[in-house]
Design a binder for this molecule. Sequence first.
Ligand code: NAD
Length: 262
Amino acid sequence: MPGLKGKVAVITGSTSGIGKGIAECLAAEGADIMLNGFGDRSEIAELEKKLAKDHAVKVAYSAADMSKPDDIRGMIAEAQTKLGGVDLLVNNAGIQNVSPVDEFPEERWDAVIAINLSSAFHSIKAALPEMKEKGWGRIINVASAHGLTASPNKSAYVAAKHGVVGLTKAVALEVATQGITVNAICPGWVLTDLVRAQIEARAKESGQSFDEEKRALVSEKTPSQGFSTPEQIGKLAAFLCSDAADQMTGAPYSIDGGWMAQ
Ligand code: NAD
């Protein structure tokens, strides 16, 4: 029997990239899934159908905007009414904005902090009472290598991701005796839409090809010279949801080709 049968997972930002990889891995372990994120409605409906069919699980979708606290509370409530609860909460939705701090548009700062950091606070606040009542829960916050170190021109993202790591530790301590673990995953580079946009911007600026800039981007930070995949991040998330990980809490887990070892 798959290890997460009977559990319900809410994964924010799961219509593409890392979140989608995590949704696939948790569904493969038998969890019912609440998808969330933006995108083409018919493609999202296809993803819902595919996950349900491939893994014999229930799948629902919430279009909640992670910059809006009311939407976030609505998404958790919808998971409770449509799927029967929230046992696994993965805060993954995120955006990037690359700009020197003195030129950083204020509204982009606010959006990065709201979507990458505050959304995790709102969803945890909404989902935790049920986990406490059950005496079991798993919360995974997708932070970043930028939750542990910095790069220039990403002030809002680095601030938000460091905040996510801090939030992870604080909440883990609050619920440590209650069967609930709270962890952060810190990926290095994963070739998703969020990173493709950064490579395209670099290629436009430098006049190099996409592939040349892709190689340059990964080699600047990553000793292994490689990208992690959404599936690899998903498998780490599935492990953190398993019983084998019930003493792993309050920590950031790097999956970054050695970035943090430097
Ligand atoms: P992505 O752009 O492929 O996916 C982002 C997801 O978030 C999408 O489903 C998108 O629809 C959703 N989203 C964006 N704004 C939203 C909003 N306001 N409300 C609801 N959903 C929203 O990017 P990704 O690389 O898969 O990023 C996922 C997470 O991983 C982010 O938190 C990102 O910071 C983090 N991360 C990515 C990398 C990387 O190299 N790709 C590295 C470290 C951390």
